[in-house]
Design a protein around this ligand. Structure first.
Ligand code: HDD
Length: 752
């Protein structure tokens, strides 16, 4: 209905002293034959930006270790307000017509609060949905100048970083300790723009060409009919894919090894995987692979621990990272590079450097450390920072360029594309955690969630209205330069090079580089995973792949599945092992290791406090375990309990020291457990904890006088890694030494 058709009494009336304009007036304007309305003909001066609207802003929370400054916190003043800043006097009751009457639609606060809540979630990442992150700093050693002109690698340059670790397959709420690859993505906020190194804790990838990425992920994610299983590879579609696409064999073998079950994000290596092209100040190029080497060494959980933790503490890894940083035990990694001459064939010692299912053994090309990463601050807000951070392998800085690895090329497309739907539009670079620390002067305008208020009228260049700016960098300004390498002239084809065809030699090298106990774990993992498949044909195909890696790997898995071991269908050629691939055989700093001190109110509490102090000053984390929570002792000499019998379980601890008895707790559980009859009987929960810790190869010690507690729990006190019989200090010393090797490996009988 036209407004003019309204009856007179419904028409708006003109404010006093003004004439109401007719519809004809409103419609007049440029192009309408009405000389009384003038069209502007002179270009207008742009309105100057207000000081707080300068755009795009370069301030970022990462400039401050805590992650957010007051200007970014979006919270100010003492009063609870609406999003528009109107003070509220009540937020717990809807506006109603009388206390028992209907809720009124006019309640803006109610509608705003619920509407905002309804839209709190954004789509989770299609892969790597579950993650945890931290802020830190990277310092270059200055020794990479010969191969790259990247400014952040120069000696002493400190660059803020944000690092996100993740699992690949699970949803955002899945457990941390599942068997999976871990993401290791680092954002360097360098002066020359942002550099993202988006890697994993495994140096090779499942596929050789990005076009297969949707397929491998469809196969690994929960099956589409029932959405089962969550965050696990032990199912038919995953094994169907990786046995039909044998290029996945190498990565799958790493997943089945201890690398699939990291003890901590702090104890993982990281790899850039692809071969990159480094460019030095003279334009000379070198091929390189990036490595992160953790100062604490590479260590893993046992499968049983990982499974227990899935229920006991699904946040085990994120908690471990956040606790360590909060306690000041800042995790550190050295960034290293393996370098290779940039030859036309892009191979090294016969290894195709463009094939991301290949690694180059460190014995052939040593990893040269070029800088140090320290994570020193937890995020302030998970959603704002960890969830909204957007990585992209195409975020490069001068001196680091890409190669023609077909997996990398596809990634260069995918990451930008995914942020647009995940973060709701093309302006995700303006989200505080994603803001570069370098000045930005781009021609990107408008779009969903545009928060910059751009001044000027000429969003193009050159122009004659905004001074022709911005200017283009010249050769002396170290601009972003793609290395002008020659692209071979060839026909357009959809095929892989012949050098991508060998899928078994590199996995065989990995298998043959493992220690006996690591091999035992791999055999157990394949037996479990293939054993969980329903389809017989998939199990048989899985065994065929294993036979082609090495019949010695295939035979015990076949035995476990109750199937015959097939003959290999490829020649089983010898390959030199690479000792660097094994996690065992060295020792590492025990810092940050968790030592449970099992004690009780009757123990020598002064001595317990002494142990706590010694462990803390050695950089370890002592946790007091006692029958119930609260405080032991009274007066000045009290000890706070961190874990009770009801909350303590073995996988949380790297070592246990019994400094008291393990007698039945008098909480509800202890009191009613029929097996714990009589005063002084061992508490079944402590028996279980000590038994598990022993089976899992944890260092165990008993304080003088507490050896009986171990015996009561059925622990053979003369077994390797069980420390009794010395002074308290000696026992502690020995436990700490045992921790430098992560586990008491001698307790595991060598595999047959
Ligand atoms: Fe990817 C996320 C690592 C291949 C497509 N990837 C993502 C993350 C990591 C990796 C660590 C999480 C980043 C974060 O914490 O936000 N991806 C890798 C590595 C690969 C790899 C090391 C091979 C060497 N990825 C790969 C391919 C494709 C993708 C071949 C697509 C063709 N990856 C994505 C993605 C994600 C992603 C869909 C999901 C969320 C995101 O990007 O930001 O675009």
């Amino acid at each position: 209905q036209d407004r003019n058709d309204m009856p007179d009494e419904g028409k708006p009336t003109a404010p006093q002293g003004q004439e109401a304009r007719s519809a004809g007036d409103v419609l007049s304007g440029p192009g309408v034959d009405n000389p009384s309305v003038a069209e502007p003909t002179e270009p207008r001066e742009p309105a100057p930006a207000k000081p707080d609207q300068e755009a795009p802003a370069t301030v970022s929370p990462t400039g401050r270790p805590s992650g957010a400054g007051p200007e970014l916190r979006e919270q100010d003043g003492e009063w609870l307000t609406t999003a528009q800043g109107n003070r509220l006097y009540d937020t717990d009751h809807s506006l109603k017509s009388g206390a028992r009457g209907p809720v009124l639609l006019q309640d803006h606060h109610l509608r705003e609060k619920i509407t905002h809540f309804d839209h709190e979630r954004i789509p989770e990442r299609v892969v790597h949905a579950r993650g945890a992150a931290a802020h830190g700093v990277f310092e270059g050693y200055g020794n990479a100048a010969e191969v790259t002109r990247a400014g952040f690698l120069k000696a002493g340059v400190e660059t803020p970083v944000f690092v996100r670790f993740s699992t690949v397959l699970g949803s955002r709420g899945s457990a941390d300790t599942v068997r999976d690859t871990r993401g290791f993505a680092t954002k360097f906020y360098t002066d020359e723009g942002t550099f993202d190194l988006v890697g994993n804790n495994i140096p090779v990838f499942f596929i050789q060409d990005a076009i297969k990425f949707p397929d491998v992920i469809h196969a690994g994610k929960p099956q589409p009919d029932r959405e089962i299983p969550q965050a696990q590879s032990a199912h038919d579609t995953f094994w169907d894919f990786v046995t039909l696409h044998t290029e996945a064999t190498h990565h799958t073998l790493w997943n089945m090894s201890d690398r699939g079950l990291p003890r901590s994000f702090r104890m993982m290596e990281g790899f850039g995987i692809h071969t990159f092209r480094l460019v030095n100040a003279e334009g000379g190029t070198t091929l390189a692979k990036f490595h992160w080497k953790p100062k604490l060494g590479v260590h893993s959980l046992l499968w049983e621990e990982a499974q227990l933790l899935g229920g006991l503490d699904p946040d085990f890894h994120r908690r471990d990272l956040a606790d360590a940083i909060e306690a000041g035990a800042f995790p550190q990694w050295e960034l290293g590079i393996q370098t290779f001459p940039d030859t036309p064939d892009q191979t090294f010692e016969g290894i195709d450097l463009l094939d991301p299912t290949n690694l180059v053994p460190e014995e052939l090309a040593p990893v040269q450390p070029i800088g140090l990463l320290t994570l020193n601050a937890n995020p302030t807000n998970y959603f704002a920072e960890t969830e909204q951070v957007a990585f992209h392998p195409g975020h490069l800085v001068p001196g680091i360029d890409v190669t023609d690895d077909p997996l990398l090329t596809g990634r260069l497309f995918s990451y930008l594309d995914t942020q647009i739907s995940r973060l709701g539009g093309p302006n995700f670079a303006q989200i505080p955690i994603n803001r570069t620390h370098a000045p930005v002067n781009d021609m990107l305008r408008d779009g969903m969630h545009q928060t910059a208020v751009h001044a000027g009228v000429a969003a193009y260049r050159p122009n004659s209205l905004d001074g022709g700016c911005p200017f283009l960098a010249g050769a002396d300004d170290n601009p972003y330069v793609e290395a002008p390498v020659t692209v071979p002239e060839a026909s357009k084809v959809r095929e892989a090079p012949e050098t991508f065809a060998d899928h078994f030699t590199q996995p065989r090298r990995f298998w043959r580089s493992m220690s006996p106990v690591e091999r035992e774990h791999i055999v157990a993992a394949y037996t479990f995973e293939l054993g969980k498949c329903y389809e017989q044909a998939i199990k048989e195909r899985g065994l065929q792949v294993l036979a082609n890696i090495d019949p010695d790997l295939c035979a015990p898995v076949a035995a476990g599945l109750g199937l015959p071991a097939p003959e290999p269908t490829v020649p089983i050629e010898d390959v030199d092992p690479s000792p660097a691939l094994s996690q065992l055989g060295d020792s590492w700093p025990p810092e940050g290791r968790v030592v449970g001190i099992v004690t009780d109110a009757d123990a020598d509490l002064d001595a317990v406090r002494g142990v706590q102090r010694d462990l803390l000053s050695a950089g370890l984390v002592p946790l007091i375990v006692a029958p119930t929570g609260g405080t032991l002792g009274d007066g000045d000499g009290t000890v706070d309990v961190q874990r009770s019998y009801a909350t303590a379980r073995s996988p949380e601890f790297d070592a246990l020291l019994v400094a008291g008895s393990v007698a039945r707790g008098d909480d509800a559980y202890g009191a009613r457990d029929a097996r714990a009859a009589g005063d002084g009987a061992a508490d079944p929960r402590m028996v279980l904890m000590l038994d598990e810790a022993f089976r899992h190869g944890k260092a165990l010690g008993a304080w003088p006088g507490a050896e009986d507690a171990l015996r009561t729990a059925g622990i053979p006190v003369d077994a390797p890694g069980v420390v009794t019989g010395g002074s308290g200090a000696e026992i502690l010393d020995e436990l700490t030494t045992l921790l430098t090797e992560h586990r008491v490996w001698d307790r595991f009988p060598p595999a047959q």
